[in-house]
Design a protein around this ligand. Structure first.
Ligand code: GLA
Length: 544
């Protein structure tokens, strides 16, 4: 929601457009080592956030009532633990020592007391702040002050820890700054939170009134959860690609191809839920929840928990879907197939089961079919549990359902075994024709996402030598027809098939044993084989 009019940037972010391209999305899981390893969000966080329903109109009585309702409705015991106080909780000025303060008329008992209230009820405490000079409401002038964290990061992190904060939502909300600026600044708060010693879920948003950088990289090195889109609204389809405001279908289009980034400790965040807020029919509300669940998205309710109708409770309290979402493998469903109407997603689960979503994006009822083999199960006898009806059925392999317009049928498929082909695989890299070169560095090159006409590459350079590398330039040759269009954490040129990637200001030095990573989006025609030879500062670099 917005409580204020705001000019929006055009939604023409190149990467989002590429990621939206029709066709099957194939995304590999990243190495879990890249995920933020701060001990929290090992499964997607669940809870409630004040913004979608209340915007700036919040106070401590409201938050306490909501906390009580979360407990009394049974939602806490189903996993909805984080109660997140969004924008507009703060006083418009810091105190004489530069500390953030609660707005004294809205939160007269103070934020520590609110945290205590939540903790006493078995809940966890979330709060909002912004990395630049102003929060989003302050940016738009709908709330007074300029109390952003810039220059106060360590102080604010300590303040949050002292208040008992368990979750920080950190919201860029400015058109300025490159993606590299964002990475660097978000990392300052990541490190400040870590330095407090308190486990705090770190939730970031890089997209508000900014070029949509959320889908452009794997932010798992920076945050536990990261918004992939502009703000959600309670509508099925607003026609946006990635611009304000986003409907459920629009968000799904952006979020599905990013599946490979999800891992315990780091998840794509398609925004707080609109379940129970009107604007959609029951089928659409169910699809919204089912797709968030299978996409391993944070399940942060945004409705008024004090006044939920039965249909809303049925959705938010669906234990089959919550179990799929909270599965300890921490995988986001990958796309099995998509014909423009029928989208099939599969999520491998820790016990060998696979959850499959049959999602009808079209405007009329249709039959959607797949097979156990296509979703990574092998064998000849399976049980399907329907996540909505809880009914079970058996099959020798066919998985099929009649699905209403905008509906989603979810089955948990068990039996026989999970084949090693559970995850669709990208093009097989051509093996090197000569032994890897040796030297003082090692390169890993991964295609972390691919769609029709484009792919995303993630590159890591490790210093395997004994002295520091001060400034780096990595070169490789693309296959014919591959063209690098956009990159982050590096500056690049491409001449013919020759690509040159050079460090940016903040990541030029690589100490012995350390590594730096960068990523890019490229288009391709013809061959999509991966490069096999790299040089770093003119010398061969081993391919890891
Ligand atoms: C941005 C965020 C929203 C909310 C508001 C608060 O728009 O994306 O989720 O936090 O700011 O002002």
């Amino acid at each position: 929601m917005r409580c204020f009019a705001r000019g929006r940037r055009s939604a023409a972010a190149l990467a989002a457009g590429l990621l939206m391209a029709a066709g099957a999305a194939i995304v590999l899981p990243v190495s879990p080592a890249q995920a933020l390893n701060n001990g929290v969000a090992r499964t997607p966080p669940m809870g409630w956030n004040s913004w979608n329903t209340f915007g700036c109109n919040i106070n401590e009585t409201l938050i306490r009532q909501m906390a009580d309702a979360i407990v009394n409705s049974g939602m806490r015991d189903l996993g909805y633990k984080y109660v997140v106080v969004d924008d507009c909780w703060m006083n418009s000025t810091r105190d004489a020592q530069g500390n953030l303060q609660a707005n004294p008329s809205r939160f007269p008992s103070g934020m520590k007391a609110l945290g205590d209230y939540l903790h006493a009820r078995g809940l966890l405490f979330g709060i909002y702040q912004a990395p630049l000079d102003r929060t989003c409401a302050q940016y738009f002038g709908s709330y007074p002050g300029a109390t952003g964290a810039q220059g106060h990061e360590v102080q604010d992190a300590r303040q949050f820890a002292a208040w008992g904060v368990d979750y920080l939502k950190y919201d860029w909300c400015s058109p300025s700054g490159t993606i590299n600026d964002q990475v660097a600044r978000f990392a300052i708060m990541r490190d400040a939170l870590a330095a407090t010693g308190r486990p705090i879920v770190y939730s970031i948003n890089s997209n508000s009134i900014h070029a949509k950088t959320g889908p452009q990289r794997n932010w798992g090195d920076v945050a536990n959860i990261w918004r992939t889109t502009e703000d959600i609204t309670n509508a099925w389809n607003t026609g946006q690609t990635n611009g304000y405001p986003m409907g459920i279908q629009n968000i799904i289009n952006v979020n599905v191809p990013l599946a490979g980034y999800a891992a315990p400790g780091s998840f794509n965040d398609p925004d707080m839920m609109e379940v129970g807020r009107g604007g959609m029919n029951d089928t659409e509300m169910r699809s919204h929840f089912a797709m968030w669940a299978i996409m391993a998205s944070p399940l942060i309710a945004g409705n008024d928990i004090r006044n939920m109708d039965a249909a809303t409770q049925t959705i938010l309290k669906n234990q089959n879907l919550i179990a799929i979402n909270q599965d300890t493998l921490g995988r986001q469903a990958t796309q099995v197939s998509f014909d423009g109407t029928r989208r099939i997603l599969a999520k491998p689960l820790a016990n060998g089961d696979v959850a499959v979503a049959l999602f009808n994006q079209g405007g009329s009822t249709t039959t959607i079919s797949t097979t156990a083999a296509a979703i990574g199960k092998s064998g000849s006898s399976f049980t399907l549990r329907d996540a909505w009806t809880n009914a079970t059925s058996t099959t020798t392999g066919a998985i099929s359902a009649s699905v209403p317009a905008h509906g989603t049928v979810v089955y948990r498929v068990s039996g026989s075994s999970t084949s090693p082909t559970a995850t669709p695989t990208p093009p097989t890299p051509t093996p090197p024709t000569s032994p890897p070169a040796s030297g003082n560095c090692q390169v890993t090159y991964a295609v972390s996402g691919q769609w029709s006409g484009g792919f995303q590459g993630d590159v890591t350079i490790r210093n395997t030598g004994t002295s520091a590398i001060n400034g780096w330039t990595l070169r490789w040759s693309f296959a014919n027809g591959q063209q690098l269009n956009q990159a982050w954490n590096t500056s690049y040129t491409q001449s013919g098939t020759q690509v040159t990637a050079t460090n940016v200001a903040y990541n030029g030095a690589i100490s012995p044993g350390a590594s730096v990573s960068f990523g890019f989006i490229a288009s391709w025609t013809g061959s999509n084989t991966t490069p096999t030879a790299f040089t770093l500062n003119g010398s061969p670099c081993a391919l890891g």
